[in-house]
Design a protein around this ligand. Structure first.
Ligand code: GDP
Ligand code: CO
Length: 397
């Protein structure tokens, strides 16, 4: 693939925030005769390089009662060498959507001779495994893993650790275009190949988000993303005194993290997870608050933001969902120890203007699931391993 080289890198303590890089072309050919660094700030990422990262990557797909056709499409778009881990919170009652997902996944895996895992968020085996590992943080009052996309991501991370993978990508199950999914993973690989540090994160910015209203039109920015980015950039500005627009992927559902970094991050519950990750990076590696990991500070954190060629199209869930997402996302910034009065005022103003908060209200204090690096993962593995073959692995028999 051809991708713009990072033109500009803003530093916030140990975090190297690269400005958005556009994918120039999805493929760069079989022959590798072209110079690696092409003309005019465009870089060629070899197919071999992309494949080598895909082979070390898990793709976690959180799903909750999505249309089966969308789910099948997403699976079919994930490059073959990635290990797929589906974490489902779909209904299991009379209409057993989880079973349908499992069957669909099984069939694709059999046809294409690949292996994948699918686990249910409410599976008591997983709850027992995290309990054994001392990770009660993620359990609800019923003793099972709590609802939420972030909780599903954490389960996916734990499974990725069992599989000893080095990189973990997250892709939503409600993506309409399998071709876009394929590109997301290639973009993750491209980003990781540019990282200097083993602590790295790649976040996807979509080229356009098509909307249908009368005819189809291609919208560049959603209101939630725009606001979240503005508040994150304001947080940086309040510490550096230089206005910036460098953050453009505050709400990126499609993103990937090197396992070394993923183990250090806490994950804010539900939909607050994506902006929460950035807030936490700034808190923990910004050089203002005490550092949490010396090696990571020494090596630095590489943050990439890659703009896709494909447009992004996913399920639309209405304005209440968007308001909830905005509120819980901005709450992670609002309650950050880094957040100054000026940024707090901006957040409250935005939330009230967009009808996500009453004029006297305050954003709720977010709940963070603790970093998985702190738990005894061998205990988690032991419980999982006993059940792995029977319950989750899909083999082509
Ligand atoms: P948006 O794209 O950010 O508006 O959020 P979505 O509602 O599309 O959710 C993102 C992804 O997470 C989708 O694939 C959902 O099916 C999935 N998801 C949402 N809530 C949960 C949950 O509680 N558990 C799991 N496993 N997946 C969830
Ligand atoms: Co979605």
């Amino acid at each position: 693939m051809f991708i713009e080289s990072p033109r500009y890198t803003e530093r916030f303590g140990a975090v190297r925030i690269n400005a958005v890089q556009r994918v120039v072309s999805l493929d760069s050919g079989f022959k590798s005769e072209l110079p690696a660094h092409g003309a005019m700030g465009v870089m060629k990422i070899d197919e071999d390089t992309i494949k080598s990262f895909e082979g070390r990557m898990v793709v976690v797909i959180p799903i909750k009662d999505e249309k089966l056709k969308l789910f099948e499409g997403v699976i079919s778009g994930v490059p073959h060498d990635c290990l797929v881990i589906v974490v489902s919170n779909s209904q299991t009652g009379k209409i057993n959507r989880f079973k349908m997902e499992k069957d669909a996944l099984n069939q694709i895996c059999r046809y294409t001779m690949r292996n994948a895992f699918i686990v249910h968020q409410k599976d008591p085996v997983i709850a027992e495994a995290v309990r054994q590992a001392g990770y009660d943080d993620i359990l609800g009052e019923d003793g099972l893993i709590r609802d939420g996309k972030s909780e599903a991501m954490v389960m996916g991370l734990l499974m990725a650790k069992v599989a000893r993978k080095e990189y973990v990508g997250f892709i939503d199950a409600d993506n309409y275009f399998p071709g876009a999914v394929l590109e997301y993973v290639r973009d993750f690989a491209a980003g990781f190949s540019l990282a200097r540090s083993p602590y790295s994160m790649v976040r996807i910015l979509w080229h356009y988000k098509p909307k249908i209203s009368g005819g189809i039109y291609f919208k560049k920015w959603g209101r939630v993303s725009e606001t979240t980015n503005k508040c994150l950039n304001d947080l940086i500005f309040s510490k550096t005194d230089f206005e910036t627009e460098v953050i453009r992927t505050g709400n990126a559902g499609e993103h990937a993290i090197s396992m070394k970094l993923a183990e250090l991050l806490p994950y804010a519950s539900g939909y607050a997870v994506e902006p929460g990750e950035l807030t936490f990076l700034f808190e923990s590696f910004g050089g203002i608050l005490p550092e949490i990991d010396h090696e990571a500070v020494e090596q630095g954190i590489d943050l990439f933001q890659i703009e896709t060629r494909n447009p992004h199209m996913h399920e639309e869930r209405g304005t209440q969902h968007l308001k909830d997402m905005l509120l819980s996302g901005l709450a992670t910034i609002y309650h950050s120890p880094l957040c100054e009065e000026s940024t707090k005022r901006l957040i409250l103003r935005e939330l009230v203007n967009q009808g996500a908060l009453s004029s006297r209200g305050k954003p709720p204090v977010p709940h963070f699931n603790a970093p998985i690096g702190k738990i005894d993962s061998s205990k988690f593995m032991n419980v999982i391993k006993e059940h792995l073959g029977v319950l989750y692995a899909l083999h082509e028999e």
